[in-house]
Design a protein around this ligand. Structure first.
Ligand code: DON
Length: 526
């Protein structure tokens, strides 16, 4: 089963499963197919993380996050007036060195069963023969006009000054050619060959920083997966350079220190979950960064004893203020998570992104894809909020060759017998962490089915801004009153993240894609 944001990409993964591929083959097929069919977030020009658990017990975590180019400097996004410029978000300077192709090819090299060319065939077909544009894609492209139209992608995405019409066929021959080159020659085609030449040349022409040297030295990193437990269940998640696994672990450890859990929807439960998230984000925002550059106190942050100490700082009837700092959060769901489980029980959780929808807006005409604007995930000015309102510190300051801290949280959960239970993760910036934690909590602590766990109203707290956000209509007015009385700055918000998950049940695998997002389920099984 594959649960992704695009049914054609899920179907590409299932095609590979049917052809005898394993979950990693299917994940790679889905990833490349997302780059074709879900261009707002699926990508070759971004990066991501993959958590793998094979049925024989092997686990792995692959970090293929972008890296700052060698020419990047700490203050590159601070203007002469001392304020951050918009250049980390749009245009050629916003991009980190892409890791997506290196990562997916490396995952396939280590764990795949079918030849790479077979695994990439569905994506090549979707790009060369095209696929029908649905209303969601047409709308998404239209809404991103302001990002895309100033760069060469205008010709492809706004052919007659309008997004491709619904039900027309969207064909991407340049992208098909690029994926074919990767199928023929592996990641080298992208990082050293003709694609690298084109990326570097277009970057140099338009004022971007990425050079051939940056591309040639890019490497994905296999990391020790983060292992933790919650009430007898085991989590396998992503360590830094993502903050996802660490922050989920810290949140759940604090909640475990509570003893029996409060009823879903009650003020007690909201207070506990928000207070735990707030504390975990305070650590995230100040202490986490690329482990190649900063010493991350991972053992402490993920320990049960530290969580018990933090638990003691939560009063039963009062919110604790995070020192104030105002900034609104920009909405947007432009990352993409996909979960895959094959018939043998191998499982893969992958999250990938180009940050904003359509990344930096910069489309590379020759290779046919968008570049990321991941540089905004750094603290462009430590202590000042980024696009997501995250206030981060020196640990996540910009440095050449450094990976920007991420919230992406691909996670695999095992039941107390050590059998696969849940494959989960999300899009939604920092809300990825809270939404993924809450789906896990809903399943383990509140004994919900996956469908209920996904639909259940979510909340979000990221320390700063010091606001408890809850999905509109997610809490009863009486509970909102109680939380206000406890001192929570509480506001209702649109949807908290975009989760795609698969759960093993006695009746078989259940795949649920985000019910708040477009259309019917995009999970496909066979
Ligand atoms: O890696 C991160 O944490 C962000 N670049 C994720 C961005 C995201 O989820 C965009 N959608 N809201």
């Amino acid at each position: 089963m594959v649960a992704s944001d695009a049914s054609l990409a899920s179907a590409a993964g299932v095609e590979i499963l049917k052809a005898g591929g394993n979950a990693v083959d299917a994940a790679v097929a889905t990833g490349f197919a997302l780059a074709v069919t879900y261009p707002e977030a699926g990508n070759l020009g971004g990066g991501g993380y993959m958590v793998i658990r094979m049925a024989d017990g092997r686990v792995a975590a692959l970090d293929y996050r972008e890296m700052a180019p060698l020419a990047a400097t700490r203050d590159m996004y601070i203007g002469p007036d001392g304020k951050v410029t918009g250049e980390s978000l749009i245009g050629p300077k916003a991009s980190g060195v892409p890791g997506a192709v290196a990562g997916m090819v490396e995952a396939h090299r280590k764990f795949g069963a079918l030849p790479l060319a077979r695994v990439l065939a569905p994506a090549i077909r979707l790009a060369s023969q095209g696929f029908p544009v649905d209303s969601a894609l047409a709308r998404s492209i239209s809404n991103a006009k302001y990002r895309i139209e100033n760069y060469p992608g205008k010709a492809v995405f706004f052919p007659n000054d309008a997004a491709p019409p619904v039900a027309s066929r969207f064909v991407q021959p340049a992208l098909a050619h690029t994926i074919q080159l990767i199928a023929d020659s592996g990641a080298a085609a992208f990082y050293r060959g003709s694609i690298a030449d084109t990326i570097a040349a277009q970057m140099q022409r338009d004022g971007g920083l990425i050079t051939k040297e940056d591309l040639a030295r890019y490497r994905p990193d296999w990391r020790e997966p983060l292992r933790s437990t919650y009430r007898g269940y085991s989590l396998i998640s992503m360590p830094p350079s993502s903050s996802g696994g660490t922050t989920i672990t810290e949140t759940l450890n604090i909640l475990e220190a509570y003893g029996p859990a409060a009823r879903f929807g009650s003020a007690e439960r909201v207070h506990a979950v928000a207070s735990a998230s707030q504390r975990a984000f305070i650590d995230r925002n100040s202490k986490l960064g690329d482990p190649a550059f900063v010493q991350v106190p991972l053992d402490k942050l993920t320990s049960k004893s530290y969580a018990r100490e933090l638990r003691k700082t939560i009063a039963s009837d009062k919110a604790t203020p995070t020192p104030q700092l105002e900034r609104t959060i920009t909405e947007g769901m432009h990352t993409t998570h996909y979960s895959v489980v094959d018939g043998g029980g191998n499982a893969v959780a992958t999250t990938t992104t180009i940050n904003n929808g359509y990344g930096s807006g910069v489309y590379l005409t020759g290779p046919g894809f968008f570049m990321n604007d991941e540089m905004d995930d750094f603290a462009a000015q430590p202590g000042k909020p980024n696009m997501f309102g995250l206030v981060q510190g020196e640990a996540n300051a910009i440095a050449p060759g450094k990976r920007m801290l991420s919230a992406m949280s691909p996670t695999i959960v095992l039941d107390p017998q050590g059998k696969l239970l849940l494959v989960v993760g999300a899009a939604g910036g920092p809300r990825i962490i809270t939404a993924t934690s809450q789906v896990i909590l809903n399943v383990i602590q509140n004994h919900m089915t996956l469908a209920d766990a996904m639909r259940a109203p979510r909340l979000h707290h990221q320390a700063l801004p010091d606001t408890l956000r809850f999905e509109s209509a997610g809490l009863t007015p009486a509970v909102v009153d109680s939380l206000r009385a406890m001192g929570w700055g509480i506001v209702s918000t649109g949807s908290v993240a975009n989760v795609n998950a698969i759960m093993r049940t006695p009746g078989g695998l259940v795949g649920v894609t985000e019910p708040r997002d477009r259309g019917p389920s995009r999970a496909v099984g066979h």
